[in-house]
Design a binder for this molecule. Structure first.
Ligand code: FES
Ligand code: FES
Length: 157
């Protein structure tokens, strides 16, 4: 077992995990952050997407021990206290959530996209979430909900 610190959603946690444990497993099993979803567990679906040091990563393909002292954001860290993130509010308003299994992953992909490119085209949004498979196939509403939050979108502030 390795003992190491993870910075998750602004909090430091000391965890113990075997070297082969993935970040997805440690987030879910050690820290109880089950918003990070286990889909394929082989790097293909994007359900396990989290943000590490400002970029999205697949937590099922990432050894937890390699994430020590990095800044990790999971879906639980997207809202500010009791206030949902605008992307979350927009997802609800646009009916962009069906079963919800893909939702944490694409929300985090969208957060990174808008941080880098506040006014993306529809194509750029589609490209940014291309690694987040939605088995309910609600892609149009997902894209519309992201565009609404972008600069010039109906929810832009
Ligand atoms: S669970 Fe990680 S990519 Fe599918
Ligand atoms: S809402 Fe069901 S997988 Fe996307």
């Amino acid at each position: 077992m390795n003992k190491f610190d993870l910075n998750v959603n602004g909090e430091r946690h000391t965890v113990e995990a075997a070297p082969n444990r993935t970040l997805m497993e440690v987030l879910r099993d050690n820290l109880g952050l089950t918003g990070t979803k286990k889909g394929c567990d082989m790097g293909a679906c994007g359900a396990c997407t989290v943000i590490m040091d400002g970029v999205t990563i697949l937590s099922c393909m990432t050894q937890a021990v390699r994430c020590r002292d990095r800044e990790i954001t999971t879906i639980e860290g997207l809202a500010e206290k009791d206030r949902l993130h605008p992307l979350q509010e927009s997802a609800i308003e646009h009916g962009a959530v069906q079963c919800g299994y893909c939702t944490p992953g694409w929300l985090l992909s969208a957060k990174v996209l808008l941080g880098q490119n506040p006014k993306p085209t529809r194509h750029e949004v589609a490209t940014a979430i291309a690694g987040n498979f939605c088995r309910c196939t609600g892609y149009q509403k997902i894209i519309e909900s992201i565009l609404a939050v972008s600069e010039g979108g109906e929810r832009a502030r």
